[in-house]
Design a protein around this ligand. Structure first.
Ligand SMILES: Nc1ncnc2c1ncn2[C@@H]1O[C@H](COP(=O)(O)OP(=O)(O)O)[C@@H](O)[C@H]1O
Ligand SMILES: [Mg+2]
Length: 375
């Protein structure tokens, strides 16, 4: 079996409202899948259909090879679920809750206690095994929930915002645990708003917006795709910007006769002013930021960098930290900038460039469909 989960036009409609709109996706076996999407996008509804808590209106899905409509009992046996709101019995202890789950799934009695012990050690909560759920902190509750959901050794584990509200240290413990579970063969479906978490842990990411699957790829694939789109968008924006500048200058020259200020060849400073105008007009422009620390920074170096046509802004702090906005796709722009520094006696001590983040991808993917929905 290649895919842990496959959906086929999976749809959920509440009266006239389509919560999940014919989603088709495949989640490879033994991978970590991240489900992203704004509030109300349809994530929980999708998970509910995949875990047999809600019936699809049309279409279907297979989980571990079993159809959620035809074989819900087999599907339930295969999966574990850590819901966003911990759904354990609050007056029972961690151990008692785990025992109840083990009994529900028919875990053999002679194995049950060993498994529970093992899991409590794995998530490091054994020290609190006799505390009731009421007495636990948020992170401890999440761990208790994990123990209970793993006791029947599910192949597929659903985690709905498992690290929300946890302190950074406990988050890390859970991240490590998710990775360990995956390495030992579990497929993991992770719903999260934490882009860093998803970027770091997930093999594939699906972005859901207004019931539609609007993006599906590896985290790197999504970021690369955004870079490509930005390149196209950029070329378009630069065309618009240039024509606007041209129009503006034509207007000026009507007032001040034949004063072609725009193309007048003067020093770096006025050229610079023109470029600043470009930036103002193309606010939407996605530029890449680059920052470096230079010893022996001189006017010559700065002049050369300012005059590089692929450099859009230059900030200099303490006469050593240079921050540039550069055209991401300008041929060899980074090399040229570095040459300007090195050929003029500068010494580079550190360099930093900023690539698009998964958050940028998310914002773009979810904004686009909003516009489609409005149209
Ligand atoms: N039982 C229901 N009846 C009517 N509408 C619902 C029901 N459950 C969810 N919805 C609606 O479906 C949409 C998707 O909800 P949900 O899947 O919970 O979103 P998410 O988990 O992505 O925040 C929301 O607009 C929500 O109001
Ligand atoms: Mg939800």
């Amino acid at each position: 079996m290649k895919y842990a989960i496959e959906t086929f036009d999976l749809k959920k409609q509440y009266k006239n409202f389509i919560a999940v709109n014919s989603i088709n996706m495949k989640i490879p076996n033994k991978t970590i899948f991240g489900m992203l999407g704004p509030n109300g996008a349809g994530k929980t509804t999708t998970i509910k259909m995949l875990t047999c808590l809600a019936q699809p209106t049309s279409g279907t899905a297979t989980v571990g090879g079993y159809d959620v409509k035809e074989n819900p009992d087999e599907v339930r046996e295969l999966l574990g679920m850590v819901p966003q709101q911990v759904s354990l019995y609050k007056d029972l202890t961690i151990k008692e809750n785990a025992e109840l789950c083990a009994d529900y799934y028919g875990v053999p009695v002679d194995e049950k206690f060993d498994r529970i012990d093992e899991l409590m050690e794995l998530v490091d909560i054994k020290y609190a095994q006799d505390k009731t759920i009421n007495q636990l902190s948020g992170g401890q509750k999440q761990k208790a929930s994990l123990v209970a959901s793993l006791v029947h050794r599910p192949d597929i584990l659903f985690l709905d915002e498992p690290t929300i509200g946890l302190d950074p240290t406990t988050k890390r413990v859970l991240w490590n645990l998710i990775e360990e579970l995956n390495e030992s063969g579990h497929t993991i479906i992770l719903c999260s708003h934490d882009m860093h978490e998803v970027d770091m842990l997930c093999d594939n990411v699906g972005i859901i917006n207004t019931g539609n699957l609007v993006a599906y790829d590896t985290p790197q694939g999504l970021k690369d795709q955004l870079l490509k789109e930005q390149k196209e968008e950029y070329s378009e924006n630069i065309k618009i910007a240039l024509s606007k500048i041209y129009e503006e200058n034509n207007k000026d020259s009507e007032d001040i006769e034949e004063d072609d200020e725009f193309s007048k060849p003067n020093g770096a400073n006025s050229k610079w002013a023109d470029r600043e105008r470009d930036i103002k007009i193309t606010k939407e422009l996605h530029l890449k930021e680059m920052s470096f620390l230079v010893k022996n920074l001189s006017d010559k170096i700065v002049d050369e960098i300012i005059n590089n046509p692929n450099v859009f802004s230059v900030d200099i702090i303490n006469n050593e930290r240079v921050t540039l906005k550069i055209e991401s796709f300008g041929e060899g722009v980074i090399t040229e900038v570095l040459k300007s520094v090195l050929n003029n006696g500068g010494l580079i001590e550190s360099i930093y460039t900023q690539e698009p983040s998964l958050e940028d991808v998310f914002i773009k993917a979810t904004a686009e469909v909003d516009e489609n929905a409005r149209a």
